[in-house]
Design a protein around this ligand. Structure first.
Ligand code: DGL
Length: 266
């Protein structure tokens, strides 16, 4: 049976666009309602309780918009709130987080030593080492919190001197010196992926969750027989606090003017 209801996607800001775009590319007939909680950005510096509170309110809003599935397109929210959301909303929706698909992709490669860069909140939950170790107990996992990266990207510094300086300051860390692969465990970071790859002289494999999450969405919709059958999906965007850089980045990503509304859900 076809289901043309939208997929809800949320993040603290523009980072989740990297995920929603991957979903739109893979599944162009799916509609998306995106919520960026720019009022509370960065999530990575917030307490676990605050991230849970924001996530619950956003999911309630997305479900009121009749979303058939919710993609938590934020590592901080996926780490802090995924279980709480699944438990709270039970059968009301299907929840996809961004951690599990990335972990699965990386463990299949059989690396000996990986690095994880993420927000402070994601690092604090230990979700990556603990999930990676359930598949491979021997894997060496070195985590590093890189809290300036998401606000920097949100402000539009995706390339150039500022981003290169900040990236270098964070990644010149001994713990990241001998890694085989680096996990970009924040959905903002794909926007600076090429700069990160260049910092490592392309010697380290760099992974983000965008494509693996899109494939998980596809698999879940197929499994539940909930795929859309309309010709083209419709995209709408909500922000808790309007920012020009969000509108510009979203329009750039989607290659079209976007339907954007500021919405206070608190
Ligand atoms: N994009 C988010 C993440 O994946 C949040 C970044 C932030 O707001 O600190 O963690």
């Amino acid at each position: 049976m076809a289901d043309n209801r939208p997929i809800g996607v949320f993040d603290s800001g523009i980072g989740g666009l990297t995920v929603s775009k991957a979903i739109s590319d893979l599944l162009p007939n799916e509609s998306i309602i995106y919520f960026g909680d720019t009022q509370h950005l960065p999530y990575g510096d917030k307490s676990i309780e605050a991230i849970r509170y924001y996530s619950l309110a956003i999911c309630k809003f997305l479900l009121e918009q009749n979303c058939k599935m919710i993609v938590i397109a934020c590592n901080s929210a996926s780490s802090a709130a995924y279980e709480v959301l699944v438990d709270f909303f039970k059968s009301e929706s299907i929840f996809i987080n961004v951690v599990d698909p990335l972990v699965k992709t990386v463990v299949e490669k059989g690396y000996a030593r990986v690095g994880v860069i993420a927000t402070k909140a994601t690092v604090k939950t230990q979700v990556y080492p603990s999930k990676l170790h359930t598949f491979d107990a021997q894997l060496i996992v070195n985590q590093k919190a890189t809290p300036l990266l998401a606000p920097m990207i949100e402000k539009g510094f995706h390339s150039g001197e500022v981003s290169q300086t900040v990236i270098k300051a964070y990644l010149e860390d001994e713990d990241l010196a001998d890694i085989d692969a680096l996990l970009l465990a924040c959905t903002h970071y794909p926007l600076i992926k090429s700069e990160i790859a260049a910092f490592f002289d392309h010697r380290v494999d760099i992974f983000d969750s965008t494509d693996s999450v899109a494939r998980s969405v596809q698999a879940a919709l197929e499994h539940k027989e909930m795929k859309a059958d309309q010709e083209k999906g419709v995209y709408s965007f909500y922000l808790s606090d309007y920012t020009e850089s969000f509108e510009e980045t979203a329009a750039l990503f989607y290659g079209q003017e976007i339907d954007l509304e500021e919405k206070n859900i608190w």
